[in-house]
Design a binder for this molecule. Structure first.
Ligand code: TRP
Length: 456
């Protein structure tokens, strides 16, 4: 049996899709979805959008625009599972289960969160000013998106690689804690579209909404032309040779051209094509590549109820996977129906052999003590009072460490010392023989604890 590859990606619905989204994610995702051995899960990350945007109108517009973009570019909703994150409540439920095991230290290291903290510090503000729990937990929600569908490959831009690593980390931790030797979750890998790993924007930096250097995909031919006219070039005059390899206009052209088109354009630049003609060529190329899709986009945007139907169908397909899978995950963590459950007393399960052990407790006056109990429950030592639990634990640790015991005998009692401070003392015994028997029991108990710890 061949294992089908699950490929997954999401786009955060905070803006209008641009050429970079198309070349980096949408186009390669649609091509990948055509492979007969893959199952594709593509979605609108609208819960992620709320982290960055609290303008409802913008969220609404962007959800529709991104949905229309996927469909206009040729996504076949019968072949793939295409859905809105917010239509799958199971994703949020899984987010909580993962939040409970994701380590805070891991999330402290997330680039987006760290960048916000650094900005605050630079501006002399409180380091958490304006940082929501949503921003902080962003990678956990993303891990839930990915792990829910057991994605093998996650198609993302380079800036998202850290998030995929975090999803791997969280998935591995869950498998380790709850998997009982088998994998609950598939551990995902990042898939980067290398040919356009970073599509340059108008100014040559990575095309990105946050730099304001994007070329809009479908808003209209005029918008696209206006953006292209703003592409920064060097100042070589018409008729002078242009170096294609140092021109991001050429890089943009390449991302959409056939081999012949590329070679022709290169030759023309070398022969001194003017920049304004070069911009025209790029517009022609993009318009030819995207013109029909642009029409479909505008048709789709004018019929929102058709898109709603497509997405509800997608949600149904996604939930058919998510609901039973989440039930397994809930069961793995111990949240399941009473009817199925067999009650295993936890203590018995954890401590199948009775062993000597320490118990610490708090006195009414607020001080801390511990007792050492033998395997049969008999008290072997009672500690002195400690000011806090930490000091009491340090005493226990020392006794468990296997160091030579500083044991002092006084009449029919004995006591245990640590750096010339008494930490615990025995009861008063009837005679020396009972006292010595107790000392033997104490040594046996301590040795057994040490042994037990070494084995477990
Ligand atoms: N964080 C991604 C971005 O901003 C969007 C996203 C959310 C995503 N969940 C995902 C991408 C799961 C891949 C897989 O680009």
């Amino acid at each position: 049996m061949t294992i089908r590859t699950h490929i997954l990606t999401g786009i955060t619905t905070t803006g209008t899709p641009h050429l970079g989204n198309y070349a980096g994610v949408i186009r390669p995702a649609i091509i990948a979805s055509q492979d007969a051995n893959t199952d594709s899960f593509y979605f609108l990350a609208d819960y992620h959008a709320l982290i960055k945007c609290n303008d409802p109108q913008r969220t609404k517009n962007s959800r529709m625009q991104i949905a229309a973009t996927w469909l206009a570019c040729g996504l076949d909703v019968n072949k793939v599972t295409f859905y809105r994150q917010s239509d799958i409540p199971e994703i949020l439920e899984l987010t909580w289960l993962l939040t409970c095991i994701a380590s805070k230290g891991l999330l402290n290291r997330a680039h987006a969160y760290k960048a916000s903290v650094d900005r605050n510090i630079e501006n002399g503000e409180d380091q958490d000013a304006g940082i929501s729990m949503g921003l902080y937990s962003y990678p956990v929600l993303m891990a839930a998106d990915i792990l829910m569908f057991n994605a093998h490959k996650v198609l993302v831009g380079r800036d998202q690689i850290q998030h995929i690593e975090m999803a791997r980390d969280i998935g591995q931790r869950f498998n380790h804690l709850f998997g009982k030797g088998k994998e609950c979750f598939t551990i995902p890998e990042a898939l980067i579209e290398n040919s356009v790993a970073t599509l340059p924007g108008l100014d040559g930096r990575k095309m990105s909404k946050s730099y304001g250097n994007t070329i809009p995909l479908f808003t209209g031919a005029k918008d696209m032309m206006d953006a292209i006219l703003r592409i920064v070039t060097d100042s070589s005059a018409p008729g002078k040779a242009k170096n294609p390899d140092s021109s991001h206009l050429f890089t943009l052209f390449q991302a959409f051209a056939s081999k012949t088109q590329k070679e022709e354009f290169r030759a023309e630049l070398l022969q001194g094509l003017s920049w304004s003609e070069a911009k025209n060529r790029l517009f022609q190329l993009l318009d030819c590549h995207l013109g029909e899709a642009r029409e479909r986009y505008h048709q789709l945007m004018s019929r929102p109820s058709d898109m709603e139907d497509f997405l509800l169908l997608g949600a149904k397909k996604a939930r058919a996977v998510a609901i039973p899978f989440l039930a397994e995950i809930r069961e793995a963590v111990g949240i399941c129906s009473f009817v199925k459950q067999t009650v295993i007393p936890i203590e018995a399960k954890r401590n199948p052999i009775k062993v000597a052990h320490f118990v610490s407790f708090r006195e009414n006056d607020g001080s801390f003590r511990f007792r050492l109990l033998a395997a049969d429950g008999e008290q072997l030592l009672l500690s002195c009072k400690f000011v806090d639990g930490k000091a009491a634990n340090a005493g226990i640790k020392h006794l468990q460490s296997g160091n030579t015991l500083d044991l002092r005998i006084e009449a029919t009692t004995f006591s245990v010392w640590l750096s010339d401070v008494m930490v615990a003392c025995s009861a008063t015994f009837a005679d020396n023989t009972s006292r010595d028997m107790a000392i033997t029991s104490l040594r046996v108990a301590l040795a057994s604890i040490e042994n037990y710890q070494a084995k477990n």
